[in-house]
Design a protein around this ligand. Sequence first.
Ligand code: 13P
Ligand code: SF4
Length: 306
Amino acid sequence: MSAIIQKIEQLKKEKNAVILAHYYTLPEVQKIADFVGDSLALARYAVNTDADIILFAGVHFMAETSKILNPTKKVLIPDMEAHCSLADSCPAEELELFLKDYPNHVVLSYINCSAQVKALSDIIVTSSNALKIVNALPKDQKIVFTPDRNLGAYINSQTGKEMVLWDGACHVHDRLNVDQLVEMKEKYPHAKVLAHPECRGTVLALADFIGSTTAMLNYSEKDDTQEYIVATETGILYEMQKRSPHKKFYLVQTDTKCNCNDCEFMKLSTLSSILSALENEKPEILLDSELMEKAKKSILKMLELS
Ligand code: 13P
Ligand code: SF4
């Protein structure tokens, strides 16, 4: 075991800390985490942990969600700059004004949003439970969906709803290259296409399976197909390949100039930034208690419905 990992393990024990990580983080980070999951599983884990410190290897809104569900615990994030472009595409002040045009609408927000947006929302959803929750609402219920226009359009297409959509997107999923996907399908004719619902409709239309990171992982593990074209962020390949070492996975890239579908914010969690956060007990997620109370209601509603 390397010296840095030993130090992290020792600090975890000394401080009764737990490390949670998302599937998009670096392989070395997923390897040392106590729990790796999609947004829904990570939120659920945070409700039940008895650790004193939660170190969240992921992006800011995920660490914030853990803090809201565990206000008395210390929640650390390895780097405060670990934003989410999708969450940033919906500033709470702008949403508040927007909502004035939609009285009598339920406000449904994807978990990739700030605590302030969660406080303006009635129910939070993740990519794992969005269809189930929307289908459970009364047929004639008017809905505003924030912040992801791609996920929102996908939910509309699957449920027949006409949710009003906030015009936000994830900079990684929104730029996945559909032309390249078409070429890859020709190159690998036996491969199935797995896609995250944050991708554009043009990409989703070519997918054999659409789901959250956990859903795509489970599908590729259990399915008989030996080759997959994967339309999501790079980090998922570590767990996919680990679960199915004999299968082949090909990532759809972003536009040809960039050719990289890393979420740079997820990659800010490194072994050294994790060690530093555990040693110094910062950066810490600190939120106003009134804001947390408001935001918590919409998250608890999700946990109750899913
Ligand atoms: P999942 O909840 O599917 O893991 O997605 C989180 C995310 O940020 C996708 O970009
Ligand atoms: Fe946010 Fe996109 Fe990164 Fe997911 S991949 S955390 S939606 S910026």
